[in-house]
Ligand binder design. Structure first.
Ligand SMILES: Nc1ncnc2c1ncn2[C@@H]1O[C@H](COP(=O)(O)OP(=O)(O)OP(=O)(O)O)[C@@H](O)[C@H]1O
Length: 249
């Protein structure tokens, strides 16, 4: 059986009377892209935050490589191999592209600003950062200011930052957002190859990308997983069509 790398068991979360996560149990297996889709407000970002550690669930657990990480903060989860890209950019705009990646290589959650100059001199760190930039196709922009990058390039840079930590699993919240057709296609090709290195839990509204990439899809509606299955199973599921995908085809 394929190894489970990341798992939620019975995650629930309420904001006042609103139940944003209802007993959510999903898993991410080695080598796969598992897409999480659903209407606006279905609770996708809320679930991702609980997996990444920035929001505590009311009930349920998160497991990474078989270990319960529910009590760990975001940085500790990152150190254990959880790579995350954000819906809202976490990049330092006033730094260069290479500096941003080097900060990533230093480790999530640290306060490395006083160290980055030294870090940039560190050949090993620099090599890791340059390798990550090469892989996302930003090698020619290493010394550019991050603020000068296009939206699409910033998304690539976020992936490069995540790559430097050599994650065991990726969690990505709408990486295609704002990329345009060409940018989405390029990122789709990249993510397609990335899954062999670490599986990806992918929240994405771009259904072309989801259908092209996903090995499995889970559909979240009102905080609840109403179906998990292959692309074909999800596209032909009457409940999913009624709740979400009806307009897509
Ligand atoms: N901090 C919060 N306080 C109160 N309500 C919240 C909070 N965060 C999210 N919600 C509510 O929880 C529900 C789920 O929101 P969430 O952002 O997780 O949905 P989503 O599926 O990611 O939506 P989208 O596709 O629009 O990004 C929404 O009704 C939202 O308004």
């Amino acid at each position: 059986m394929t190894k489970v790398i990341l798992e939620t068991r019975g995650i629930s979360k309420s904001f006042g009377a609103l139940q944003a996560s209802k007993d959510v149990s999903i898993d991410l297996r080695a080598g796969e892209i598992h897409a999480l889709i659903g209407p606006n407000g279905a609770g996708k970002s809320t679930l991702i935050k609980q997996i990444a550690g920035s929001l505590a669930p009311d009930a349920g657990q998160v497991f990474l490589n078989g270990q319960d990480v529910t009590a760990l903060k975001t940085a500790a989860r990152a150190k254990r191999g959880l790579g995350r890209t954000f819906q809202i950019s976490a990049l330092a705009m006033e730094d260069t592209v290479l500096q941003n990646v080097t900060l990533g290589a230093l480790g999530a959650g640290a306060s490395p600003f006083q160290f980055w100059r030294a870090a940039l001199d560190d050949q090993a760190m620099r090599a890791v950062a340059e390798d990550a930039l090469q892989r996302v196709g930003l090698q020619d922009h290493a010394s550019a200011m991050t603020a000068e990058l296009s939206h699409g390039q910033r998304r690539q840079l976020e992936v490069a930052v995540a790559l430097t930590l050599k994650p065991r699993a990726f969690v990505m919240d709408e990486p295609m957002a704002g990329l345009g057709t060409e940018g989405s296609k390029r990122l789709t090709v990249f993510l397609d190859g990335l899954r062999a290195e670490a599986p990806i839990l992918l929240v994405e509204h771009d259904m072309d990308a989801v259908f092209a990439l996903a090995d499995r899809i889970s559909v979240l509606v009102y905080g609840e997983v109403i179906a998990t299955g292959t692309v074909h199973e999800i596209r032909t599921n009457p409940d999913v069509r009624a709740a979400y995908l009806g307009d897509e085809e």
